[in-house]
Design a protein around this ligand. Structure first.
Ligand code: FAD
Ligand code: SF4
Length: 327
């Protein structure tokens, strides 16, 4: 790991100014940025520590929704009484992410900015070709080992899977990322790789995530996050689904449905086709299973990741039916 300087920012404005300098990176919990520096993917000249900045760790929840400060720890947000009761999918997504130690260090803002786990991306010493790391160098994953790669939202330049859990739940409930005064819907905060996989977010140098805001939809209140992975903890998703549902007064007809997928796409993936087909219908297991297949419309596999195309609709259907059981 190469040497870098360390700055403890005195204020949010000072952090933004310092982070705008070439070679500077923000340091929050450090659970991603230090790993990336160690493996040579990130080569910061300066880390700008923001962990102690006042007010950015606040979590506020009421009937209109929730605002979670960028410096709130993942573990704190997962365990927050208001998040657990009004946004169970968000609490569950956080609980199932990483390990207890990491959740106690890692922040909400850092979580949104985490990078792909594509092994070729994280091994510059052995794999030179990676368009995300080095634009125009090619993609070592295409034609390589692809079991953990994406089947949705891919391009000829990059098939890296978006690994996070929280953002999947956020996208289902139309959350917004606050960059100070600028607001970006979470869906727009994550960019498809296209021909520029190195550009992952529409965030400019010197901009900093300050909070996320989640509207208080009824469907968020009856929601869940189902994560299927190779082992039951400390593992990224093979496929996951954040689902929220609101029923009409009859308790069976679906008034509102939210479905988003993780572990299968290059960004957190909203499955609107599933939502549109099921809204207004009674919750019926066969109809749910058939509609859930729409979640992977347009999916393209690269051999070893084909199983995700089979798995993802089952995860979606199981999550929807589980919520139906509690109606
Ligand atoms: P840092 O490492 O401090 O920063 C990460 C990046 O975000 C850096 O580029 C930094 O400059 C930038 N940044 C930080 N804060 C801000 C801000 N406010 N505004 C703009 N940019 C900012 N995640 C999951 O979702 N699910 C998992 O199952 C999971 N498993 C994991 C397993 C392991 C072994 C590890 C190491 C990580 C895992 N993670 C998982 C990822 C983990 O959640 C992230 O490492 C963590 O959330 C990053 O937060 P941080 O505060 O430590 O960020
Ligand atoms: Fe790089 Fe993307 Fe190819 Fe992985 S899939 S090697 S991140 S270009």
């Amino acid at each position: 790991m190469r040497d870098f300087s360390y700055l403890r920012a005195a204020s949010a404005d000072a952090a933004r100014q310092a982070a705008a300098l070439p070679g500077a990176m923000l340091l929050a919990g450090g659970t991603t940025v230090i790993d990336l520096a160690k493996c040579g993917v990130a080569e910061p000249d300066m880390l700008v520590d923001i962990t102690h900045l006042k007010g950015l760790d606040r979590i506020e929840v009421d009937e209109r929704g929730a605002t979670i400060g960028a410096l709130a720890r993942m573990g704190h947000a997962a365990d927050h009484a208001g998040i657990k009761s009004r946004f169970p999918a968000i609490s569950e997504a956080l609980w199932q992410a990483a390990s207890a130690q990491i959740r106690n260090m890692a922040t909400i803002g850092g979580n949104l900015m985490q990078r792909t786990r594509c092994p070729y991306f994280r091994d510059p010493a052995n794999f030179r070709a990676c368009n995300k790391r080095q634009p125009g160098s090619g993609c070592s994953a295409i034609g390589g080992v692809t079991r953990g790669h994406a089947v949705l939202g891919t391009s000829d330049a990059c098939i890296a899977m978006y690994p996070g859990d929280l953002a999947v739940a956020l996208i289902a409930f139309d959350a917004t990322v606050h960059l100070g005064d600028r607001r970006i819907p979470v869906d727009d905060f994550f960019l498809l790789p296209g021909s520029t996989p190195d550009r992952e977010h529409p965030i400019e140098p010197g901009e900093m995530i300050t909070a996320i805001e989640i509207p208080g939809f009824a469907a968020a209140r009856r929601s869940t996050y189902l994560k299927i992975r190779d082992r039951q903890s400390y593992e990224f998703a093979a496929a996951s689904a954040a689902v929220g549902i609101e029923f009409e007064a009859d308790g069976r007809t679906i008034r509102d449905l939210r479905v988003a997928l993780g572990g299968v796409a290059t960004k957190p993936w909203r499955a609107r086709a599933v939502e549109d087909v099921l809204k207004g219908k009674a919750l019926e297991p066969d109809a749910v299973r058939a509609a859930s297949r729409l979640a992977v419309d347009g999916a393209v596999d690269h051999g070893a990741n084909h199983y995700k195309i089979e798995l993802a609709p089952r995860v979606v259907a199981r999550a929807i039916l589980k919520l139906g059981e509690t109606a």
